[in-house]
Each structure stands twice: as C-alpha cells, then as structure tokens.
Ligand binder design. Structure first.
Ligand code: SF4
Length: 528
C-alpha cells in the first residue's frame, strides 16, 4: 500500500498523520494536513474532522468513511476512502468520470485551462458574492426597548414603566434619512425592540418618512415589524396592509412551553400572540405573519411537539434558533443554556419531524436548514448575515438604536446593553465616515483566508468567523475561531447536511434543492 493510499485509509484511525503527510508529500504533489484539537464540548459523533488541503481543494470528513472536497467556488464532490486515496496521485489513475467532475467543479485544474474556464470560475465567484457587495441592505431600527414580556433569555428588553429606552423623534428622522446613504438598490427596514408596536407612532412615522424619501430614490423597499403582536389592532393592520409591511413574531412551541419561555403577568402570552396572528391574517392576508422560535433548555425535550405546533398553525416556515449568548441570555445561561451537542440533537430530531411532515404532503421548511442548503446547493448566496465572510455586520446590516448610535449588527447593540460598547460605530447624526474603524476591525477579524482555523476549513467557502459572537463569548473579536460556539455549531450543521445529502433519495434531494432557493430566507434574526 502506498503512503497516499494509507493516508486515505487512516483518516479515521489513530495513526500519525504528520508522518504520513511527510511520506506522501515527498513522493507526490504538495499536500498539507492539519490535525485540529478536539473541542471541550464536542462529542465523538461530531469531532472536528481532520482538514486536508490539497491544491485549491479543502477536504473534510463529515461522517465515518465519507469526505467532502470543496473548491473556492463552493462546488463540492463527495468522496469515500478509496477515491480520497487516489487524489494526490498521478491524474491518470483517476477514473475518467471522477476526473471530469473534479475539473467541472474547479477542484482540480483542467489540462486545457483557457480564458473561458477562468471567466467561468470568476462568474461563479461573483454570483456567490453578489448579495454581499451591494452595501448594507438590512436596516434595523430599534424604536424602543420596552416590552410587556419578561423572557429570561431576552437580550435587551425593558419593562413598560422603564424610562429612557425609547428613540427621540429627531434621532428617528435622522435614522430614516441615513438608510439612504447605503448604495443598495434593495432596502429592507426591520423594526425591532423591545416590542416596536408599543411605539406604533414611531413605526408609522418612520415608514411614511422612508416612503416619502424613496419617491425620489426609487429603491425597492421592504418593511418588517418583529413583535409579540400583543398590541396589534385592526387600525395598525390597515396601515400595514397599505404599506406592504410584513410581520414577524415568536412562537416557541405549544401553549405551556411558550408561556413558560415568554412570561407575562397574566400568563397568556401564547393566547395573545395567536390572537395577533389571527387578526393580521384576517386583515392583511394569510401570508402576512411569519414566526420563529428560540430554543431553551426546556425546549430540548419537545422537538416533535414544537414542529407540530407550527404545522397546526399553518405556518410554512419554522426557524429553530439556538439561544444566543448575549445580554440577559448570557446571565441566565446556567438555567437556560445547553451544549452545542444538545442543541444539535434537538435540531436533528425536529428536522426529521419537518421532513416527515413534508413526506406527508405538508409543506413546511426549516429556515436554518434552508440557509445551509442555500450555501451548499445554490449558485446564488442568499446573503444570510451570520454566515457572510468577511462578516456581514456593518457591511450588509446596520442597526439604528434607540440610544442614538449605529451598531454593525443586532447582536452588537445587545452587547452594548451589557456595557460592552466596543462595537458602537457612530452617532446616527454623525458623518458617514465615522465608525469606519469598527468596520475595519470586524473585517480583519473575519477574513477566512487570514484566520487560523478557517483558512484550512473545508466549509470556508460557505462560512467564516463571527467576530461579534467571539466578542460576546470571549471578550475578544480575535478569539481562536475553533473555540467559538459559532464554529462548533456550523461545523455540525454542515457535516449533518452533507450526511443527509449523501444519503438522500431523489425526492429528498428535490426538497433540499427547493429549500436552497433564497426566496423566503430571513436576512436577520429578530427577537419579537
Ligand atoms: S467558523 Fe466556519 S469557516 Fe471558520 S473554521 Fe468554523 S466552520 Fe470553518
């Protein structure tokens, strides 16, 4: 057996990879092998795979005996031990069909590489990055932090009687005008809180001002209000209908779980959110409201019940979101939190249930899986902010906070509520150039080709470091990327999706391709 064959055969074994690497590289093409440390919170089922970098392809073992080779264009090929062992050898030993696929996917160079191939590759890269390069397109306005709920995991909200947590009219007007400093032809304006409907007057004023300004600008506008919907009235619905405003709310699961996660003094938050959904559907239309959920420790035991609740409510999408480690959620982490593996087990069980409903003819899609499928299966990136690289924070999204400052992401303004204002960009009314320093730092901390850990990661065409998460978790944007929760979660999500794809029937693959279409994907994570 040649060293190279041995290399492939022993990827899952306990041999000295470095020794094999040195033997292999002396005899054939340059090849590098990076053995990564095991993370403290990883189980044997989702250990960090050994990254193999071979020419411009990065290879990762996503389950025992299965590997994926990914090119910089994001094209991929699934390999087994046998085909993996052939790769570093002479091209002539590759089966002709495999060789043709590897060339077509930019995984190996064509012997007839010409200008056409180079142009094609460039076009693939440009298509992948087109959403990222048009300037900030998601603009989040936070009119107030006040909210009637007292969710333990909520990052920021303040009680109704709490003063000093609402935007002034002058700042609101300046925020609306600032949005048009973005060159993006499509502007999504999302109102978050707290509960923005507690200050419907501000939401209404902002929408009218932005529309008036847009009469001259001619951009494509989209409005979203993220709310509990408890304050929703027929008059508000009338306004939202006229101005094509989309509503986003939270349903954490069946009534008991939702009311436990999202307490109100009357213990009826589920019933009131449901009443809001019904009101919106009656006045605006059946597709006027979407919902998402936050996974707490209490949710982990109910993956099927949570999915079934969404089916029962006729919601076509569910977003199974992990708890984020910001603000109040971080303080309550010991009561509410769980490990990456516990989330993954819950997530996979819930996803199974969603696929089961689809097999029964009920169309419901999981948003996180759609984002992962979009990365793997689509030519066009949907531009999901958390997986952009360099980071989408500040580049694709800007937050106009009630405190009069602009932040590069929703998470960055949540950090500020806990006293860490290092990611504050500039006052809303200041010159555009101010705040550039934060953007430079964020970019430097999220360029996957420069960051140890990401540089060799097979998934780096789809993912990248999340410096805001690193700042929240470790107090340092440049914390070792493989020790971040963001990284561990996404390695597991991509591994599991490749495992699904590798074993999928034709019907299942069709479904995953449908999910990969950008339409309907959420640009942001909102906390309504
Ligand atoms: S952050 Fe993403 S690209 Fe970087 S190492 Fe982790 S999974 Fe790979």
């Amino acid at each position: 057996m040649s060293p190279v064959q041995e290399l492939g055969r022993n990827l899952v074994g306990d041999v000295s990879y470095e020794k094999l690497f040195s033997q292999a590289s002396m005899q054939i093409h340059p090849i590098s092998f990076i053995k990564l440390p095991k993370l403290a919170h990883q189980t044997s089922t989702h250990e960090v795979g050994d990254d193999l970098v071979f020419g411009s392809m990065r290879i990762r073992r996503f389950c025992p005996g299965k590997y994926v080779a990914i090119s910089e264009t994001g094209d991929w090929e699934i390999l087994d031990d046998e085909t993996l062992a052939l790769l570093p050898g002479d091209d002539s030993v590759l089966p002709i069909d495999l060789k043709a696929r590897l060339i077509a996917k930019f995984l190996v160079e064509s012997p007839f590489q010409g200008a056409g191939t180079a142009l094609l590759k460039k076009a693939r890269l440009v298509a992948k990055r087109s959403t990222v390069q048009s300037g900030p397109s998601l603009h989040i306005i936070v009119p107030t932090l006040q909210c009637a709920h007292s969710c333990k995991y909520c990052q920021v909200s303040r009680a109704l009687e709490s003063e000093g947590h609402t935007m002034s009219i002058e700042v609101l007007d300046a925020a609306c005008d600032s949005i048009f400093q973005s060159p993006s032809p499509v502007l999504t304006v999302e109102f978050q809180g707290g509960d923005p409907l507690l200050r419907f007057d501000l939401v209404r004023r902002a929408i009218l001002r932005i529309e008036a300004k847009n009469a001259l600008e001619g951009r494509t506008l989209r409005f979203v209000v993220a709310s509990t919907l408890h304050q929703l009235t027929a008059d508000m619905c009338e306004f939202f209908n006229q101005h094509r405003v989309y509503l986003s709310t939270s349903i954490d699961g069946p009534v008991a779980l939702h009311n436990q996660n999202r307490p109100t003094p009357e213990r009826n938050s589920y019933q009131r959110t449901l009443a809001g959904i019904e009101l919106a559907r009656a006045h605006i239309g059946p597709a006027s409201v979407s919902a998402l959920m936050t996974t707490t420790r209490a949710s982990l035991a109910y993956p099927n019940e949570i999915v079934d609740e969404y089916v029962r409510l006729g919601l076509p999408e569910i977003f199974l979101r992990p708890l984020s480690s910001y603000g109040f959620a971080k303080r309550n982490q010991s009561k509410l939190g769980y490990s990456v593996e516990e989330f993954q087990a819950f997530y996979e069980a819930a996803l199974e249930r969603i696929l089961w409903w689809n097999s029964k003819g009920v169309q419901i899609r999981e948003v996180y899986a759609s984002i992962i499928c979009n990365k793997i299966l689509s030519t066009f990136d949907a531009g999901y902010v958390d997986l952009q690289s360099p980071t989408g924070a500040g580049a694709s999204v800007l937050v106009y906070n009630y405190d009069g400052y602009i932040y590069p992401s929703d998470e960055a303004r949540m950090l500020a509520e806990t006293g860490d204002v290092s990611l504050r960009m500039r006052p809303i009314r200041a010159e555009v150039g101010q705040g550039a320093g934060v953007l430079v730092q964020l970019r430097a901390a999220s360029e996957p080709n420069q960051i140890e850990g990401c540089r060799t990661c097979a998934y780096h065409s789809y993912c990248g470091p999340n410096p805001v998460d690193a700042q929240a978790q470790h107090g340092n944007m440049l914390a070792p990327v493989r020790e971040t929760e963001h990284c561990a979660r996404h390695l597991a999500l991509f591994d599991n999706m490749f495992e699904r794809i590798a074993g999928a029937s034709e019907a299942q693959l069709d479904l995953l391709h449908q999910w990969a279409q950008p339409a309907g994907l959420r640009e942001s994570v909102c906390e309504g």
